[in-house]
Ligand binder design. Structure first.
Ligand SMILES: [Cu+2]
Length: 121
């Protein structure tokens, strides 16, 4: 059996080995529609652009409506390594959130969201 002090030392070494720098983290730099956008029609496409390349296997995107119903959305365009493109279903007026969870190639997972409103026009 490994003494717990030894185990603790091993954990500390592993944590210290992860670079403190945020270089390579996938941070959202732009979206279409932009966060807090007000739209007059349901968006056919939502684009999320990150500052770094993403690991395609781990991408999770959900559409969340005002009742907190989550609909998973598939990335339909993998041509740019730092972009996610999804096609939401045709949405009635309301407030919607796009939740994303991505893994950058540096091994760090980033989660976030954008919100937009579709007006009843
Ligand atoms: Cu990172």
């Amino acid at each position: 059996m490994i003494p717990s002090a030894t185990l603790r030392a091993v954990v500390l070494v592993v944590v210290a080995a992860v670079p403190a720098s945020s270089w390579g983290h996938a941070v959202l730099v732009e979206s279409i529609p932009p966060h807090k956008a007000t739209l007059t029609a349901s968006p056919q496409t939502v684009l999320l652009r990150f500052n770094a390349a993403l690991e395609r296997m781990i991408i999770q995107v959900y559409l969340v409506d005002h009742q907190k119903t989550r609909t998973p959305l598939a990335d339909v365009d993998e041509s740019k390594p730092n972009e996610i493109v999804v096609h939401p279903p045709k949405l009635p007026p309301g407030v919607y959130t796009i939740l994303y969870k991505v893994l950058a190639r540096d091994g760090h997972i980033t989660e976030g969201s954008i919100r937009f409103t579709i007006l009843d026009v």
